[in-house]
Design a protein around this ligand. Structure first.
Ligand code: ADP
Ligand code: NI
Length: 216
């Protein structure tokens, strides 16, 4: 099988796995991250085959939806890729990217790093900010039955991965707990530039949100 065929089969697998996913973590999220990743990889010393596979597979069996089980996604990816005859070094690299890509509150000490992880993580982070990021956050909050905003519950930035996962805070808090922190944590130069533009958009969105909240 050619690499292109492997990527197409992987895309078809992911699309069917995510059939019933929440709107912010569905196939369209994967497709956007896949596109972002291909764009970013152009100016990085990254293996495009690994980047594309990891971008496609990064959210299958997301720990947010499997009760915190971190090994479910990588195990599923391994099963698929070995069935497609992908070589071991590529499979284990994809697994390491899948494990390393998640934000988990931002207070987890990063372990593994590679240019391919940097690209996929930036691609995923870009989809968490800007107009799409705002839409995804409110969609996820709605899915979890959260309040949009509650002025008496302040944001918390020092959360552990476990606290972050269990948080039931209003969606506006998520901007301060994650979304507004991402632009300073980008791995690639292109990613950083794109993130800055999306970041400014979120800042003006929040300004308008508070103005309207208080009847302005
Ligand atoms: P990761 O999957 O990288 O660990 P998150 O757990 O923050 O990152 O989830 C990815 C996306 O899901 C976020 O960018 C956001 O759109 C949405 N999301 C996750 N947690 C929340 C939350 N508490 N409130 C609103 N949106 C959230
Ligand atoms: Ni993702």
């Amino acid at each position: 099988m050619t690499n292109r065929e492997i990527i197409e089969k992987t895309a078809a697998f992911v699309r069917s796995e995510l059939k019933n996913a929440e709107g912010g973590h569905d196939w369209w999220h994967i497709e956007r991250v896949w596109n972002n990743a291909r764009t970013l990889a152009r100016s990085e010393p990254a293996d495009l085959f690994v980047v594309e596979l990891a971008a496609l597979l990064h959210d299958i069996a997301d720990h947010k939806f499997t009760g915190g089980d971190e090994s479910a996604g990588p195990a599923k990816a391994r099963e698929l890729l070995s069935g497609l005859g992908v070589e071991e070094s590529v499979i284990s690299h994809v697994e390491q990217i899948m494990t390393g890509v998640s934000f988990k509150g931002g207070n987890v000490v990063p372990g593994f790093y590679s240019p391919e992880l940097g690209v996929v993580q930036d691609a995923d982070r870009l989809d968490a900010i800007g107009a799409i990021g705002i839409a995804r956050a409110f969609n996820y909050g709605g899915f979890r039955g959260r309040e949009m905003h509650n002025p008496s519950i302040p944001p918390e930035t020092g959360m552990s991965a476990e606290q972050y996962r269990r948080s039931t805070a209003p969606t506006i808090n998520h901007f301060y707990e994650k979304l507004l922190l991402l632009k300073d944590r980008m791995n690639t130069e292109t990613g950083r530039r794109m993130a800055e533009q999306r970041h400014r958009f979120m800042e003006s969105y929040l300004e308008q949100f508070y103005r309207e909240w208080s009847g302005g």
